[in-house]
Design a binder for this molecule. Sequence first.
Ligand SMILES: Nc1ncnc2c1ncn2[C@@H]1O[C@H](COP(=O)(O)OP(=O)(O)OP(=O)(O)O)[C@@H](O)[C@H]1O
Ligand SMILES: [Mg+2]
Length: 383
Amino acid sequence: METSSILGSAESSDSAAVNYRGGEHSFHHSPPGNYDDKPKVKNECMSNPSSRRTSSQFRQKGVQVFTYKELEMATNNFNETNVIGHGGYGVVYRGILGDGTVTAIKMVNSNGKQEERAFRIEVDLLSRLQSLYLVELLGYCADQNHRLLIFEFMPNGSLQQHLHSPHTYPQPLDWGTRLRIALDCARALEFLHEHVTPSIIHRDFKCSNILLDHNFRAKVSDFGLAKTGSNKINGQISTRVLGTTGYLAPEYASTGKLTTKSDVYSFGVVLLQLITGRVPVDTRRPSGEHVLVDWALPRLTHRQKVMEMIDPNLKGQYSQKDIIQIAAIAAVCVQVEPDYRPLMTDVVQSLIPLVKNLSSVPSSSSRYLTNFVSPRSQRPSLS
Ligand SMILES: Nc1ncnc2c1ncn2[C@@H]1O[C@H](COP(=O)(O)OP(=O)(O)OP(=O)(O)O)[C@@H](O)[C@H]1O
Ligand SMILES: [Mg+2]
């Protein structure tokens, strides 16, 4: 079974590459600031706001500083009709910059220490990280009390909406798309944990922080709670417990001891959501089924029970063999004992053959195969 690659090499491939710069990701070691500095506050307009800024130019220039006025113009004065979502840290607007670039503009509540900290972490981290599997930060605004983050716009919203908001997205995600999303997310976490030094723990990995591009390829967002591994003691960071109920690894929730294995647990919860279509905590379900992990874990290693857990929205359109393997991967990711959870590299290696198989069996229902693939979002081939 594919998961043998997970179980066999879980502790063997801690392959952190210093100063990684690969085709899919890059990590800049000359940040615009450091974690303790406030982001640069600039009240002036950008040097030439009318000049055309394509996404690749953004990439070359790095993260841009915007004035509040520019963002007011981009969002029609933060008009209600531009709102695309509400989160714990503020409201997200669709905005069109002066050069026509469509963006998602997050107005961070500027009334608390935690919000200010999240804003700074997001700017500091995302200005240094570049990966096809992370939502790109195009710029920020720190005009006086205003705190805004400008991201690339992800036209297909969040995985949360596709799995759990049938009114917004009535067509359920097909199995092939779900598998590709799982691999994209695994690669994002692999990058954060194993390809950058010091490693980064996302700390809020969940379906609403997985955003989908026009081809339904996934990118991970929201680094406001992220922690770098630079302040590790014996591989652990002791910290306040923040994150989202239902996704928190038990050892982190009970003791505040944070490791990359906390993200692996959250990834396992997302896999369970992809298989079952259930939310992590649902008190409307019968007793014994409220917490997804508690309900699913004892069933994940029984073929018949796994088959009974499958999201009815998949309407039988999946490979049973794949589902059994994904269930096995989810089972190791949500182990109570963090040391038994795999490294994300091993998860990636286990998912690759499943996704490769999809490409060799064309499916008319797979959105990925039927959609146009733009050069910008084209991913490297599987290896
Ligand atoms: N870059 C983006 N492109 C398109 N839509 C986005 C983008 N960023 C966020 N959104 C939308 O805005 C919603 C709110 O995002 P936000 O990150 O503020 O909160 P959340 O992730 O839903 O919740 P929480 O605050 O608990 O993390 C998302 O669920 C998504 O639908
Ligand atoms: Mg979010």
